[in-house]
Every structure is written in C-alpha cells, then in structure tokens.
Design a protein around this ligand. Structure first.
Ligand SMILES: Nc1ncnc2c1ncn2[C@@H]1O[C@H](COP(=O)(O)OP(=O)(O)OP(=O)(O)O)[C@@H](O)[C@H]1O
Ligand SMILES: [Mg+2]
Length: 299
C-alpha cells in the first residue's frame, strides 16, 4: 500500500496559481525526493499533506485516510520536520524529546527507551548541552528525532539539508536513509546530489505541476536521452563526420550525438573505422537526475 497518495491538488493565493495539478505516490519504506526550485510550491504541498492548508481541489490520502484541512490523520501516522524547526533553547535534547512524547501521550516507560533509541539514531545520545548552543545541523538532527517520536509511517522533512555544510548534509542523509527501515521519508530539496545519494523515488515540481514522478531506475532507463560524445584525434576530420551525421553538434572540440541508440553508435563506429578516422575518446553520457531536471524546467 502507498503511504501517501497526492492526486491533482490545486492551490492559489489570491490570483496567484501556485499548485495547478500536483500528483504523486509514496510507497512504504522508501526515501522520496520532492524536487523543485525556490518558490515552486514544495512547502505549500507539504502543508496541504499535513492538513495545515486548505486546497482548492484534489485529494490527499495518508495511510489510506483522507486528509482534510484542520484534521491531521487520526492514526497520527505523520511526523514533520519544518524547514526552520523551533525548540525550547533552555532544554537539552532528552528533555525536549520527553516533552514531545508526553504531549503525544506515550507512556513514561516506553518514552524513556524511545528517547534513547532516537537520540542514538541522530547521534545526540552523548550530548548534554542545552539546545540553544546547538549548531544548525544538530538542530536538524534533533528535529528528525522529534518527528519520529510517535513512530510515524510517513516522515515529511522540508529542506532538511539546504542550510547545512557537506558534513552536516551527509549526517542528515545517513539518518534519513536509516530511518526508512521504520518509516517512509519524503524530503523536499533543490540539491539533486542529495537526492541521487539516498532516494529511490522522486517527483519534480515545476510550473505548479508534477513534471515527472517515478523511480530513480526509470530515470536511468531513459536510454533515449543517452548522448554520445566523440573526441577526434585530428580536429581536421570534424567536417567529414558532421557531413555524414548531420544530427550531431560540435561543442568545446567534442562532437555530440544526442539521443544516440546502440545502433546509432554501431553505425558511427563503422563509419570511423571505414574512413580510418582516428578517435581519441568516445563516451556515453547517461541521462542523470540533473539532465532530467533541466529538461523538465525547459533549460
Ligand atoms: N500564505 C501565502 N500567501 C501568499 N503566497 C504564498 C503563501 N504561501 C506561499 N505563497 C507563495 O507560493 C509560492 C510557493 O511557495 P512555497 O513556499 O510553497 O515554495 P517552495 O517550493 O517551498 O520554495 P522554497 O524552496 O523557497 O522553500 C511562492 O511564490 C510563495 O510566495
Ligand atoms: Mg519551502
């Protein structure tokens, strides 16, 4: 069963259309990358999923339960880390987590072991200082622990890595990757390398719509977007190749054959061999997340 189903949601603020048909599904125990530029509508979508925003249309189901404005799912199966989490700075991490657990009604003995387990997961188990002295990365890690306190089936994190340095980002990505054993994780970002590191599923938000939604394998399987890059040993041979293969372009001394199939490659190699044109390098450039993102945003 999918933990989250978002179907065709729409939202305008006054005359400004922000979401014009956003749809995607999140399976169990996966890490899902929700990708979009600044202002694309990522936070707006997440607020709608949490029941914190009234949409103008569409449907959202979390764990099979319909989400409506003002009513978070009764099963309490969502955990949320906002983009700028706020804490009581005078508390330490354990005190803060205990408070969160108390509020959600977890009994004291379960809560003690749950806090220890979560503090260990986020690497704050040895930390005794007050939260007000924490770095941004430490606050994000505590925020993840807080969001997991109620054993949610869905953890939503709004740009958890955007403000962090590479070390802090890696720590968060490792924690989210581990957390997928107990929950599905949806995190929004515009950092594509973070997505490639830990996500198995993605959705691109562009122009108020989901321009692409699917698995990372589906992106890599888009063989039609594979390009060949040919570097000739003698630049003076370039004209002979472009005359025979008019679809290719020349860029920075390389001949680029966009969308080259296996048979296109075989044809090119046969031509180069027959013409005795020496080759310095022939590379296949597989479509990656960045290529696809640039394509969907029309760059
Ligand atoms: N309450 C609101 N009233 C008016 N406009 C809003 C409101 N909330 C969001 N918007 C507008 O909706 C658009 C999408 O905002 P949103 O915060 O969802 O984008 P985002 O993808 O999360 O961006 P970022 O990467 O900067 O966090 C923006 O143009 C924003 O100004
Ligand atoms: Mg945002």
């Amino acid at each position: 069963m999918n933990v989250l189903e978002v179907r065709d949601i729409k939202k305008s603020f006054g005359s400004k259309k922000v979401l014009e048909g956003v749809s995607f599904s999140v399976p169990e125990n996966c890490v899902f990358g929700f990708i979009g530029r600044n202002g694309a509508g990522k936070t707006t979508t997440m607020r709608a999923v949490l029941g914190l925003l009234k949409t103008d249309g569409g449907e959202i189901d979390v764990c099979g339960e319909r989400v409506s404005y003002g009513c978070t799912p009764k099963s309490g199966c969502i955990g949320f880390l906002p983009d700028v989490p706020e804490f009581y700075g005078y508390m330490n991490a354990r005190e803060y987590l205990t408070l969160c657990g108390d509020i959600t009604g977890i009994d004291r003995s379960t809560l003690k072991s749950r806090c220890s387990e979560l503090l260990e997961l986020v690497g704050l188990d040895k930390e005794k200082h007050r939260i007000k002295g924490y770095s941004r990365g430490m606050k994000q890690r505590l925020g993840i622990a807080q969001a997991l306190i109620n054993r949610p089936k869905l953890l939503i994190c709004d740009e958890p890595t955007s403000a962090l340095d590479p070390v802090g980002r890696k720590e968060i990505l490792d924690i989210l990757s581990t957390a997928k054993e107990q929950t599905s994780v949806v995190f929004s970002t515009h950092i594509l390398s973070d997505v490639e590191r830990i996500c198995t599923q993605v959705a691109f938000l562009e122009g108020g719509r989901t321009a692409f939604s699917g698995s990372i394998e589906e992106i890599h399987a888009m063989k039609s977007d594979t390009a060949l890059e040919l570097t000739l040993a003698r630049p003076e041979d370039t004209g002979r190749v472009t005359a025979t293969f008019p679809g290719c372009t020349v860029s920075e001394g390389k001949l680029i054959f966009p969308k080259a199939s296996d048979s296109d490659q075989a044809e090119l190699m046969a031509f180069l061999g027959a013409q005795a044109i020496p080759v310095m390098r022939l590379e296949r450039h597989e479509a990656d997340l960045e290529d696809l993102f640039m394509e969907v945003i029309g760059k």
